[in-house]
Design a protein around this ligand. Structure first.
Ligand code: DAH
Length: 354
C-alpha cells in the first residue's frame, strides 16, 4: 500500500486541477485525468482484489467517497464555467441599438426643424397679428392683370422694368406669370372685401415670389415677401410710419435703425423705401450692402386712389397704406448672414445654427 498515493492527496490534487480549468473543454480533460480509467484514483483501486475482505471494504468505501467528492467538484466547476461562458457569449452577441457618444451617454437623436425662412415668416406674422392684422395668402401664378395692371402698371409702362418677370407659356404671350411680388394679393383682398362688403382691411400676406434676377449676396430668384395692407377711414402716412417703426423694433430690437426714403411705386402715392442699418458692417459699408451701410427691406406708401378705383373702393371715403418687404432679407439682417445664397444651399452646418 505504500506505493499507493494517499487518497486525501488525490482529492486535494483533483480540487486544484478542477479549479484551474476555465473552459468546459478543460474541465472535460481534467475530469478524465482525475477520475478517468487511467487516473491515479482508478489505479489506487487496482489492488483491491489482493486485500483481505475487511481491508478491501475499508479502502473501497474511501475510494468511493473520494470519487464522489471529485465528481461533485467537477460538476460545481462545470456549472460555474458554463455560466461564465454563456454570459461571455451573450455579451458578445448583444446588439447595441443605441448610439453612444463616449460609451456612456446615449446620443440624443438630432431632430429637424423649420427652415430659417419659415421661422422668420412665422415670427413676422406673429408681430403683425399682435398689432391687429389678419394673415392672408394668394396664388403664386398670376395673370398680368393682378401682378401689374390692377396695380396701376399698364402694359408697356416703363415701371414694368422694375421687375424682371418669369412668364409662363400659358395662353396669350406674357399673360400669365410667376408673381414678382406679393402686391397682387392686395388686389385679391380688396376685390373680395368689396364683393363681400367687408371693409375695412388690416392684413399681411406672406408668400413666395419670383424674379429673373441673378442671385447675389442680397438677391435670390425665388424669395419671400410679406405684404401689408390697411384700408380704413382716416388712415394717414403717420399710421404707415408708426406701423413700420413698431414692426422694426418688435422684430429686430431697439438697436437696429430703420429709415424711410422717398421712392416711386406705381401703386402708392406718396411712396417710400424702407431700409435698416446693415447688420453685417453696422453701417460702415461692406460687400453685403454694396458699401452703403443700409439694406433695403422693401417699399411702402399710401394706396394710390387709382388702385382703389380699379377695385371698386371709393377713394373719397377710404384711405390706406401698403407695404411689402423681403422675408429673406429680414432673416439675413436679423441673423447677420453675409450672403443670402446660404439660405438655399442647404448646407446642414449652416441650417443647424438657427
Ligand atoms: N411690391 C414692391 C416690390 O416688390 C414693394 C412694395 C412697394 C409693396 C410699395 C407695397 C408698396 O405694398 O406699397 O418691389
Amino acid at each position: 500500500m505504500s506505493s499507493t498515493p494517499d487518497i486525501d492527496d488525490l482529492v486535494a490534487q483533483a480540487r486544484q486541477a478542477v479549479a484551474a480549468a476555465t473552459t468546459i473543454e478543460e474541465i472535460r480533460e481534467v475530469s478524465t485525468a482525475v477520475s478517468g480509467k487511467k487516473s491515479p484514483l482508478a489505479q489506487a483501486g487496482r489492488h483491491l482484489g489482493t486485500l483481505d475482505p475487511e481491508a478491501r471494504k475499508a479502502l473501497g468505501q474511501r475510494l468511493n467517497a473520494a470519487r464522489a467528492a471529485i465528481e461533485q467538484l467537477i460538476e460545481e466547476r462545470r456549472a460555474e464555467v458554463g455560466a461564465a461562458e454563456l454570459a461571455r457569449e451573450m455579451e458578445a452577441d448583444r446588439i447595441d441599438l443605441s448610439e453612444f457618444i463616449d460609451g456612456s451617454i446615449p446620443a440624443p437623436a438630432r431632430r429637424g426643424h423649420l427652415h430659417l425662412v419659415t421661422q422668420t415668416r412665422d415670427e413676422l406674422e406673429d408681430v403683425f397679428v399682435g398689432m391687429g392684422f389678419e394673415v392672408a395668402e394668394g396664388p403664386e401664378i398670376e395673370t398680368d392683370w393682378f401682378n401689374f395692371g390692377a396695380l396701376n402698371i399698364p402694359p408697356a409702362h416703363p415701371a414694368r422694368g422694375m421687375w424682371d418677370t418669369f412668364y409662363l407659356d400659358l395662353g396669350a404671350p406674357e399673360s400669365t406669370l410667376l408673381r414678382t411680388h406679393t402686391s397682387p394679393v392686395q388686389v385679391h383682398l380688396m376685390e373680395e372685401a368689396v364683393a363681400g362688403d367687408r371693409l375695412p382691411i388690416h392684413a399681411v400676406m406672406p408668400g413666395r415670389c419670383y424674379r429673373r434676377d441673378t442671385p447675389d449676396a442680397r438677391h435670390l430668384a425665388v424669395f419671400h415677401q410679406i405684404e401689408g395692407l390697411v384700408v380704413d377711414e382716416g388712415i394717414s402716412f403717420a399710421d404707415l410710419a408708426g406701423t413700420i417703426h413698431v414692426f422694426t423694433t418688435a422684430y429686430f430690437g431697439p438697436d437696429i435703425h430703420s429709415r424711410l426714403r422717398p421712392a416711386y411705386f406705381p401703386f402708392t402715392e406718396p411712396s417710400a423705401e424702407f431700409e435698416v442699418t446693415c447688420t453685417i458692417c453696422h453701417g460702415e459699408g461692406c460687400r453685403t450692402c454694396s458699401q452703403t451701410g443700409w439694406i433695403e427691406l422693401g417699399g411702402c406708401g399710401m394706396v394710390d386712389p387709382a388702385v382703389f378705383t380699379t377695385v371698386g373702393i371709393d377713394p373719397d371715403r377710404w384711405t390706406g397704406f401698403a407695404f411689402g418687404f423681403g422675408i429673406d432679407r429680414c432673416a439675413q439682417m436679423r441673423h447677420q448672414i453675409a450672403d443670402m445664397r446660404a439660405l438655399i444651399e442647404n448646407d446642414i452646418r449652416f441650417l443647424r445654427q438657427f
